[in-house]
Unconditional design. Structure first.
Length: 91
């Protein structure tokens, strides 16, 4: 187990509810009202912050798309943004 790893426990209640321990909530960056995702892999489950997980999935799916579109520099991106804004303005 790495130096940053730790083990914490929680009890499953009659309706299947579990209170996420405070230390785990802090690591996940979640608070009351936030959403979490359960990623099941075989007989293991990872609990992740849903917002962060969604962004990671999007970044993974979009990897390499800028290069495919010919956007290889900041100037290329700025030119595309300017072009798109001009189209929205009806020019």
């Amino acid at each position: 187990m790495s130096a940053k790893a730790f083990v914490d426990n929680a009890k499953v209640m009659a309706k299947g509810q579990v209170t996420i321990p405070k230390d785990v909530r802090e690591v996940l960056g979640v608070a009351s009202g936030d959403r979490i995702s359960f990623i099941v892999e075989g007989n293991s489950v990872r609990i992740v912050n849903s917002a962060i997980y969604a962004m990671q999935v999007l970044q993974s799916e979009m990897a390499g798309e800028a290069e495919k579109a010919g956007l290889t520099s900041d100037d290329d991106i700025m030119a595309l943004v300017k072009e798109l804004r001009n189209e929205d303005d009806g020019e």
